[in-house]
Design a protein around this ligand. Structure first.
Ligand code: ZN
Length: 453
């Protein structure tokens, strides 16, 4: 395959120029100008003029719901949605039912993915048995079965000594630990950010300190054990500051942010009118009347950790801009309509995210001039590939896997969840005017998905 005339951006190799990309036998064979004359024939050509060509995007935090909850999503539908969002690799979290805490379940998922997924699916194993936080999962056997990280995501190991032992094992097996940071004793049954709006709306608060306590704990234990701890979906200003200071001291910690946390705030729970007239003022171009509307207490704005204040959102963006947060993920969390269409307190946490992730990142970080295109792409490519120890992914060096994403950073479109190949529709971004869209997703030199402009 030959991709011609695109703006090739490969942050790992500091390459950013109009060039061709030649793929032979599923690997990158050459990157540079004028490769057409020397290309073997016959060859599949893909015209990329006016588009960006970059290493395939990696989303290291997603819930595909298989096994056990295939009414919400399956490996087939979830990876199809990811491909449409421009992702060539996805990591699925282990909070399925049963949990991915044993080699058999890892094998089941990998076999199903080999049959039903057009993109790469990597598996995160559980830290503890049944993600119950009480007894360690067989971490060595999980590694042998092929997991590339461990996580109790959705839950958080509360026992600090157990977490220390998990980190010691993880270090021994060279596995990164991905942690959902939530202190249960502080958060209890909070359903939204604790602040002005939780008081006004009369909903139970989930304070930022509930996240920051565990971020602090993780920094201390990473320092103690030398294991790599990655803090998932960070939402608060305090978490970003803790991570920034720890990284300065050389502690092996890292962090990720999700588009909803750097786009929305807790004002969204008071309804669209309040949001667009305050925290949402600068997000979308065009007349206010054309902006999407939603009611207060909309459960598509309920996620864990919750949407926080405008100051927290600004701090997360600042953390992405200065490199404190090196990875962007979706936390794609599909739920059925009937599950979300209940009282706010009773609705499950989480939103779908694959198809809005790239556009929201471009809008909030690149078009708003907070990050260069290359620095933004790095957070979807080389940074997650390094954390997950995937040397053939995340870059376009000669011999790397020919996973490529082709996208138009300026394409304007409107998100309609009804058009998603995923099974669920729970997105707060329905009807949003987006800027930036994937056009082709290529995995090992084969087109996994291709869209039109
Ligand atoms: Zn989580």
């Amino acid at each position: 395959m030959l991709l011609t005339g695109g703006r090739v951006i490969d942050p790992a190799n500091r390459f950013d120029a109009v060039a061709d990309v030649l793929v032979v036998d599923g690997k990158i064979a050459a990157v540079g100008p004028g490769l057409a004359p020397g290309a073997p024939a016959p060859i599949q050509r893909l015209e990329a003029k006016g588009l960006v060509v970059c290493p395939g995007l990696i989303d290291l935090h997603a819930h595909l719901r298989e096994p056990g909850q295939s009414a919400k999503e399956t490996i087939a539908t979830g990876t199809a949605s990811a491909a449409q969002g421009g992702f060539t690799s996805v990591v699925c979290m282990p909070n399925t039912s049963p949990a991915i805490d044993n080699p058999g379940t890892v094998a089941l998922i990998r076999e199903r993915a080999a049959r039903e997924s057009k993109i790469n699916l990597f598996v995160a194993g559980a830290i503890t048995k049944s993600i119950a936080g009480e007894e360690l999962a067989p971490i060595g056997s999980l590694k042998s079965a092929g997991v590339i990280a461990i996580s109790d995501d959705g839950h958080c190991v509360q026992n600090n000594d157990l977490m220390r032992r998990a980190l010691e094992y993880a270090r021994m097996f060279d596995l990164p630990v991905l942690d959902h940071c939530q202190d249960y004793s502080i958060v209890t049954d909070g359903v939204m950010h604790e602040g002005y709006w939780s008081a006004v709306l009369g909903l139970r608060g989930w304070p930022a300190s509930g996240e920051e306590l565990i971020v602090s704990r993780n920094i201390l234990l990473a320092g103690l054990t030398g294991a790599q701890v990655h803090c998932q979906h960070l939402s608060s200003a305090g978490s970003v500051q803790l991570l920034r200071e720890a990284k300065k001291r050389g502690i092996p910690v890292s962090g990720e942010a999700c588009p909803h946390h750097f786009t929305l705030t807790d004002t969204g729970l008071a309804g669209s009118e309040k949001f667009w007239s305050t925290d949402g003022r600068d997000i979308m171009a065009g007349p206010p009347a054309a902006r999407p509307r939603w009611p207060s207490y909309d459960t598509n704005f309920k996620m864990n950790p919750p949407l926080r204040s405008a100051a927290d959102r600004a701090a997360v963006i600042e953390g992405l801009a200065d490199g404190t947060l090196e990875i962007i993920s979706s936390d794609h969390a599909p739920h059925c309509d009937y599950e979300k269409e209940v009282e706010f307190d009773l609705a499950p946490f989480g939103i779908i995210g694959f198809e809005t992730e790239l556009a929201l990142a471009l809008m909030q970080l690149y078009h708003s001039k907070k990050l260069s295109l290359s620095d933004l792409i790095a957070k979807f490519t080389v940074a997650p590939a390094r954390l997950l120890r995937l040397p053939g992914k995340g870059h376009l060096g000669i011999g790397a896997d020919a996973d490529l994403t082709v996208f138009d950073p300026g394409q304007e479109w409107t998100f309609d969840p009804e058009t998603s190949p995923g099974k669920s529709r729970n997105s707060p971004f329905a009807g949003w005017a987006m800027k930036g869209k994937a056009r082709a997703t290529i995995v090992s030199g084969t087109i996994a998905w291709q869209g039109r402009n």
